[in-house]
Design a protein around this ligand. Structure first.
Ligand code: BGC
Length: 740
């Protein structure tokens, strides 16, 4: 009897192991078994210490090396992941300790902030959003993934999908701006680009939607500051890009640093278990932000290290970045019953399953030869140039000063930013090398005729002396045009780079004033990672081109645009205020009972400034002109589950080929709660030849017309307005009804 039982048991194990697996090979080592089954099998073999070890992510050195401590932890099976460790020599050495040196051989998952390129650097994300071209953003993310993979990485901390409506916040540069609709399209595109159809494939990496949630609403625009966001704003504004990322299959999420309505994001069970996993069915794993588990103590949520670990882990934060409280205090909390074994196991399973899906059990090492064949190839640089060209936004062009004639006699290129490689790259430029960047000065020299004289002077930035200003003015003498590069250095935006002022730093405005006085026409090129106060430029200079931090090929892209080889067609993904005092200012605001009216004292406005922005969301000019006509909305009435078709014609009415971004907005006129004066619900960037026209059609259904009110999501019966045009202001107008 006994014998029969044991034979049966062996048989069952053998059958469970499936065909093709040699006797004795554990299930988790079978590449043909399902990732969830492999994870469950592996979990069953792990000690408590090994389990906590898999939830640990530690940082390596910035240049890519690991730290001594990592080798030992990897051998002990206590290093789940690293950030910054990369390139074959470092990654493979550390991986060998984990895979060949540890008891169970669980590989390390290598992560890095690959935000807008790894070596081939594309425009900063805010600039990329100004392209209004999700397919292009997807291509850029795909190139970034390929490069990252070639140096041993398998996970990027991107896309950053935080909606940001306060340009004082330096991290506005990392996201797609102020709008949830545009932000959602880009979030999904970037996830698809990084991960492809299968993030386990070579050349693909796991994406990470961050920072969950509400981080972009930091009070006073001060980084890491608290947030107080209504349920309506969370649901309708801040959550949608995260939902889009989750729906696109983002493998991971990162929690944010902020306290949200009294509960820090890194211990926010409501958002993690409730919304993300509960409502949205997210199956991936969640990593904390850098030491944000430990920071629960400073927030005043956790009493000590042990409490912080318990609160974060039980809320559903699976992996701890940099601080080591899970690993250090977790086993005791588990033994004391403060942490449930089920919570621990659930987190470990999620991490293991992602690792199986990532394919790193089968392919833990990176081929050292891959990097040279992959990084910064000519084809990738061409894409970086195309991306930079499409990100440029023409803000002003009086009397068609631009494009300039390449045969022009003398060009004065003025401003330190015109000759600064590092500043073309922008914040979070991964392994981008300033030496690889083309400056504006180089771009201008490459774009003008051999006979054209090009002079340069750096002029005034922070700390510039009177003589620097004088030199710049002298250099500009006799110029047919002055190209003035102004804005911010790359480190003035990004993390921990909030500002109270949005003015041009240093003496740059003074420089522009002096240049204007020369009487030569001045075209300003603005390099920046946030909206700046450009009112003086708008009022006093004939041409202003917004260039963001445009990446490796940025200087060339700007010059090709200034000299007419390319035609700008980008649009602002964020409102530019007149002054910092108007902040927060965004197009999709709710109306007041007393809408701004210059003639009415008791209306919602300022006594010392216009209430209107300097440049509205969606705004951008071109060397071409476009006309909109024939807006049709049909049928005139639908049921809440129905769809309307919005169609109109866009025509290039100029003699130059160019791109236009056609935009569709709605206004839900009245309902159980108030809705914004306008909401973007469709857009398309299209290239039109001179005289060419195209009829565009958009379908608006429940996804576009519905919104989250207290108690649910609905399309409410009532009137809707539709606007079609080239920005969030003006445009053609029509209406339709939703009938009960
Ligand atoms: C940032 C994250 C980033 C992480 C790792 C943190 O300071 O907030 O966005 O992914 O560092 O570098």
């Amino acid at each position: 009897m006994k014998d029969h039982k044991s034979i049966l048991a062996v048989l069952i194990i053998f059958l469970a192991a499936g065909p093709g697996r040699g006797a004795g090979l554990p299930l988790y080592k079978d590449p043909k078994a399902a990732p969830a089954a492999r994870a469950a099998d592996l979990l069953g073999r792990m000690t408590v210490e090994e389990k906590f070890g898999q939830l640990q992510q530690l940082d390596g050195l910035w240049e890519g090396n690991y730290r001594e401590e990592h080798l030992k932890l990897a051998r002990e099976g206590k290093l789940g992941s690293t950030l910054n460790v990369r390139t074959a020599p470092f990654a493979n050495k550390l991986q060998k300790e984990a895979v060949e040196g540890s008891r169970l051989g669980i590989p390390v998952l290598f992560a890095f902030d690959v935000i807008h390129g790894y070596r081939t650097i594309f425009p900063v994300p805010l600039g990329e959003s100004a392209q209004w071209d999700p397919a292009l953003a997807e291509q850029a993310a795909s190139v970034a993934a390929e490069e990252a993979y070639s140096v041993g990485l398998k996970w990027t901390f991107a896309p950053m999908v935080d909606i940001a409506r306060d340009p004082r916040w330096g991290r506005i540069v990392e996201g797609s701006g102020e709008d949830p609709y545009l932000g959602s399209k880009l979030a999904a595109a970037r996830v698809r680009g990084f991960q492809g159809a299968d993030f386990g494939a070579p050349g693909k990496v796991l994406a990470c939607a961050k920072h969950w949630a509400g981080y972009g609403a930091a009070e006073a625009g001060r980084d890491y500051n608290n947030t107080d966001i209504s349920e309506s704003s969370l649901r309708n504004i801040y959550f949608p890009p995260f939902k889009a990322a989750a729906d696109a299959g983002a493998a991971t999420f990162m929690t944010a640093f902020n306290d949200l309505n009294g509960l820090p994001s890194t211990a926010n069970k409501r958002n993690l278990a409730g919304v993300l996993r509960g409502e949205w069915g997210f199956k991936g794993f969640v990593v904390s932000d850098y030491t944000s588990v430990k920071e629960l103590i400073a927030h005043g949520l956790a009493a000590d290290d042990g409490d912080a670990a318990v609160k974060a882990l039980s809320a559903g934060v699976d992996m701890e970045m940099v601080s080591a409280l899970y690993r250090e205090t977790g086993p005791a909390a588990l033994a004391a019953g403060r942490l449930s074994a089920a919570d621990l196991d659930a987190s470990v399973l999620r991490v293991l399953e992602a690792k199986f899906r990532a394919g790193i059990f089968e392919h833990p090492y990176i081929d050292p030869a891959l990097e040279a064949a992959t990084l910064k190839t000519p084809e990738k640089l061409r894409l970086a140039l195309a991306a930079a060209l499409k990100s440029l936004v023409l803000l002003k062009n009086e009397n068609a000063l631009l494009p300039l004639d390449p045969k022009i006699g003398k060009v004065a290129v003025i401003g330190a930013l015109a000759d600064s490689r590092a500043d073309m790259l922008g914040s979070w430029s991964a392994d981008g090398k300033p030496a690889d960047a083309v400056t504006l000065l180089e771009g201008v020299k490459a774009s003008v005729s051999p006979a054209t004289e090009v002079v340069f002077s750096s002029g005034a930035f922070a700390g510039a002396a009177d003589e620097d200003l004088a030199k710049a003015v002298a250099a500009a003498a006799g110029a047919d045009v002055i190209i003035a590069a102004v804005g911010e250095t790359f480190d003035m935006s990004g993390e921990a780079a909030s500002r109270v002022s949005l003015s041009l730093p240093g003496r740059q405005l003074e420089l522009l004033e002096r240049l204007k006085k020369t009487g030569h026409p001045v075209a300003a090129v603005v390099f920046n990672g946030r909206p700046l106060e450009l009112g003086w430029l708008q009022e006093n200079l004939p041409a202003v081109l917004e260039a963001w931090q445009p990446g490796l090929q940025g200087g060339l892209a700007v010059a090709q645009t200034l000299f007419g080889k390319a035609n700008p067609g980008g649009k602002l993904p964020v409102t530019f205020p007149r002054s910092v005092g108007q902040v927060p200012i965004y197009y999709a605001h709710r109306n007041t009972g007393r809408p701004p009216n210059p003639k009415e004292k008791y209306s919602s406005k300022y006594i010392d400034s216009s209430f209107e922005p300097l440049y509205p969301f969606g705004y951008g000019l071109s060397y071409s002109s476009f006309a909109y006509s024939g807006l049709e909305v049909s049928p005139p009435a639908i049921k809440p589950g129905g769809k309307v078709r919005v169609s109109f014609e866009v025509k290039n009415v100029s003699r130059r080929a160019g791109d236009e971004v056609a935009q569709v907005y709605i206004k839900d006129e009245a309902g159980s709660e108030t809705r914004p004066v306008r909401e973007l619900k469709g857009f398309q960037r299209l290239a039109l030849a001179p005289g060419e026209s195209r009829r565009l059609t958009f379908e608006l259904g429940p996804e576009e017309l519905g919104w989250h009110y207290t108690g649910g999501f609905a399309v409410e019966p009532g009137g809707f307005k539709v606007y079609a045009g080239s920005s969030s202001v003006g445009g053609l107008e029509a209406s339709f009804k939703v009938e009960p």
